[in-house]
Design a protein. Sequence first.
Length: 351
Amino acid sequence: MRTTRHLMALLLAAALAPSSALAAGAPCYRGVNLSGGEYGERGGTYGTNYTYPSEETIRYFGEKGMTIIRLPFRWERLQPALGGRLDDGEIKRLKDAVGLIRKHGMAVLLDPHNFGYYDKTQLGTAPATNGGFADFWARLAVEFANRDGILFGLMNEPHDIKATDWLNAANAAIRSIRATGARNLILVPGTAWSGAASWEKDVIGGANGTVMLGVRDPLDFYAFEVHQYLDADSSGTHPTCEGADAAVEAIAGFTAWLKRNHKRGFLGEFGASTDKDCLDGLTKIYATMSGNNDVWLGWSYWAAGEWWPADEPFNIQPHGGAERPQMRLLAEAVNAKAKAGACTAVKPAGN
């Protein structure tokens, strides 16, 4: 039997969602994660243990109307020694991938896909100190500072880190980015995997919805990144979507939080299989964000990439020319008219 709280959440979702399945408006950042750069261990060989997207794949998603690519990579591979210079070969590979994405008219969200760790050391713990994290972001920011269409995602899914400790690390990184003169938009996750469903719950060291209001950006040019999957435990590891209703409620709840606190959000990861309940849930999530593009900057679906197997349930990488049903939903969503001026990747000087 559904609880009163569950029913209230459904009412909230209904109030926030537009009347049509996919509304006429849409957040201007609509895209996909192109997975591959985060694969393997730090000493892996390019082309054998990890990869970056090919121009063929990038072109495909550009032609489908995508406006952003979230681009995962490994911190340790890009900066082999904490406090040290960026690896010349790896920064070139990253820049080449960014260049191809920009060539095809899409923005890029840079994503150190490390879950709040450097190797197996948690952020805030020596030698992976907040200062080391700040140093990494200062070096990376210099490489991409004020380049049109480049967004900085601080960290993929920090977990097992107290919210208060993660806030300190995030603020250290933001200070160092701004100290370089970079005015790029920064996306700030929460701890506890940055889950939308748990955003206002005290999972570890305080609730993200309370603690992360302490983010301090001298330019006030940031948004919060959350992730949300539709399976029973919101992990994104199951092909069925018993958690579809809960996921829709979570996005509605986070939308309401953004509005109450005058913040902006980005759904950095979400995905599901071709199961009917999954596709229905995805449609409702798109609709909620489209109907509330005053607070939603956009979303990036998880995932695609040349090395994803064709039978991976969430995969939308084209194989043999066949388009996945999830891709058809994405294409319908990206063809909606975006709110003009809602997304700016670099804050204009003087503002």
